[in-house]
Design a protein around this ligand. Sequence first.
Ligand SMILES: C=C(O[C@@H]1C=C(C(=O)O)C=C[C@H]1O)C(=O)O
Length: 454
Amino acid sequence: MTSPLGDHEHAPLPHAEPLVVRTVPLDAPDDLLSLLPHDAPLTWVRRGDGLVGWGEAARVEVAGATRFADAERAWQRMVAHSVVRDEVRLPGTGPVAFGSFAFDDESAAGGVLVVPRVVVGRRDGRSWLTVVETAGTLGPAPDWSLVARHVAALTPVRSPGAVTYTPGAVAAADWTEVVARGVAAIRAGEVDKVVLARDEVATTTEPLDVRHALHRLAERYPTCWTFSVDGLIGATPELLVRSEKGLVTSRVLAGTIRRTGDDDADLARAAILAHSSKDLEEHEYAVTSVTRALAPFCSSTNVPDAPFVLHLPNVLHLASDVTGVLAGVGEPLPAEGGDLPSAATAGHPTSLALAAALHPTAAVCGTPTDAARALIRRIEGMDRARYAGPVGWVGADGDGEWGIGLRSAEVDPDDPHRLRLFAGCGIVAASNPESELAESRAKLVPMRTALASD
Ligand SMILES: C=C(O[C@@H]1C=C(C(=O)O)C=C[C@H]1O)C(=O)O
């Protein structure tokens, strides 16, 4: 019998423990982040709404080109084996898995799905508690006392102390040369656009308490999605895909200008950005890549005529919210849909399958995709690991939200004093290496500020 996932070699699936999942209404505190424990906090929050989780009811580690399909299969199997009593029934209630995946198929970073033991969520004024057991039958409904006991045992958030920065794989001074090679490749016709990134290493005096960074990110970047999954932390302004009840949304960003700190000057810069042919070209590539990737799954898509300017504390971006309606239940997926199965329950691809189909967009890779990815491998000089890969969550019905892991850092799993911070820039024929270096510095500001203690 042929596999519905195609002929690839797939990693063996973990033994699927039956999940016993219960969601009840809960009057959650305003600041969901205040519930996070020091160890392995799971986070996906924006403007106070979202999900926080802790503990591990299940964990799936995946690798290579089949990482998304393997994670998807494992999740489908876990969901099929779970017993769920959901008294709230909103996106993010019932069982959820947080996930984070490597940018590149060839990265050792692979990817991970984590199903927390406890999730507290909020959406539009309603909040809930989900508890996941791995054995036994449905017990009595959990209540606030479970969370109160957890909160009472929390350790205070610790500051990382002084932080020193050292060059990553490619020093800033040498990175302009990488960008120059990118521009040369574009002028030679190898690609139209390529996104080139660099890393730097932060060393903290005290072992990093990830919560310190998450609080600061969420406070300063409330319009971004603050995330924490298995040591990848950040606040991304870019939503790869949200899938909810058959509607998909993607916030595409590309085209950037630094902020000056002077509001009047920044308004003038916003107008310059909105009319900059170099930035509009970069943006157009990114929008086209998302629209093309979504089209096979959608009965209709909507692409705004022109981007808007997204104001963040450190930069201004050209932004487009692309939306689509997923093709109806039971309609066969076209071959371009890849080798991912559709959600067993919803009848259309899961948010994870959509993220896999969209990744990597031209906002973080380039155009055409394959040539840009090959160029990145050849000239960038580092492993991006999970930076610029999908990060987010998926629910039992496949709905969920996946951001692009930007404005992020990866905590060294072997040394909690050490992090890699990342930033990248879209390069087109008109790009100037020095300006791109300055832009990359501006994109490192969110994580640098998150690590500071002032
Ligand atoms: C690659 C990054 O950001 C991406 C590149 C952008 C650009 O070049 O204008 C803008 C937003 C993101 O799509 C990053 O933040 O590291």
